[in-house]
Design a protein around this ligand. Structure first.
Ligand code: NDP
Length: 284
């Protein structure tokens, strides 16, 4: 009983509502079926004090890898043999892959975002504004910087968190980063190429919530992205479309991090359209 409740609470935190099926599992298994891969993606709850044994057990049982989520994203690093570049910079892992018998930790959240971004624009030399300074903002900030963005502005309500992320980007990555405390309505400066909501504002059930953003500063051709997967058509997504911006919704990032995970584990490049359709069915 307690186990089931905890698992439902984790899904609720990520997707905003109690969902009986894990959307990631549904999406990944749809790709396995489509590509006739005789693989399974299992949802397994692991308590914090069982993490080391679970990692050993996954190797013993011949798993090719796994995703992990809160509260394991940082702690799991102790039990791995190595880290990819961005996971090392972020200090967080959400995808583990077995390479030559070694467990290597990767972070696919930001990479999934950048794949979506590259479909609309080349991130190099772009001026990027990111709302938020939590896990999603950190993953996106690091990957966008690695992809060559020239400037990143972090806009966050809590100053300490915002300054920490800005410092990480400024000191560890080849990008100019600055911080703006979010204490009023934010106006996107002239020259903003990409604007990203990486906060939880707009997540179900708070679907009417709006960013404190002057939407008149969204200009035609600007890329506007929202990480919120449920619902994908947030107020920001609607406002940006109405202003003629190029828009990335939260399903794009979720699908692409799944695409990268499947690529890491199986070597097959899965069809993102099949995965997106499976997710849309879960979210109704
Ligand atoms: P965190 O809790 O780590 O960070 C939340 C961020 O949102 C913080 O910066 C917080 O600001 C800000 N925030 C929350 N509420 C408000 C508010 N009312 N006003 C201003 N700022 C606010 O969460 P994550 O970064 O892990 O996740 C954020 C969202 O990203 C989630 O909704 C999740 O669904 C989504 N996500 C989507 C993914 C995808 O694939 N599409 C992947 C990963 C996450 P402060 O620091 O001031 O508290």
């Amino acid at each position: 009983m307690t186990k089931e409740l905890n698992f439902k609470q984790e899904l609720t935190a990520a997707f905003g509502q109690p969902i009986s099926e894990n959307p990631t599992q549904v999406m990944v298994e749809a790709a396995y079926r489509h590509h006739e891969l005789d693989w399974r993606y299992l949802t397994i709850e692991v308590a914090p004090d069982g993490l080391e044994d679970a990692v050993k057990g996954a190797k013993a049982m011949g798993f090719q890898g796994f995703n992990c989520t809160i509260p394991h994203k940082v702690k799991v690093i102790e039990y791995l043999d190595g880290l990819g570049e961005s996971a090392s910079l972020m200090g967080a892992v959400n995808c583990v892959v077995r390479r030559d018998g070694q467990w290597i930790g990767e972070n696919t959240d930001g990479k999934g975002f950048v794949e979506s971004l590259c479909e609309l624009t080349d991130p190099s030399d772009k001026n990027v504004v990111i709302f938020g300074a939590g896990g999603a903002a950190r993953a996106i900030g690091v990957e966008v910087a690695l992809a060559g963005a020239s400037k990143i502005t972090i806009v966050n309500r809590t100053v300490k968190r915002g300054e920490e992320l800005t410092k990480l980007l400024d000191e560890k990555l080849p990008v100019e980063a600055d911080f703006v405390p979010w204490d009023g309505v934010y106006a996107a400066p002239d020259g903003t190429d990409v604007l990203i909501n990486a906060t939880s504002i707009g997540l179900f059930p708070d679907v009417d919530a709006r960013l404190a953003l002057d939407v008149d500063t969204l200009r035609e051709g600007m890329v506007v992205a929202d990480v919120i997967p449920n619902p994908p058509a947030t107020n920001l997504v609607r406002d940006a479309r109405a202003k003629g911006c190029k828009v990335i919704d939260g399903l794009g990032m979720l699908v692409n991090q799944g695409v990268i995970g499947i690529r890491h584990w199986t070597g097959v490049d899965p069809d993102p359209a099949v995965m997106r359709a499976a997710l849309e069915e879960v979210f109704g």
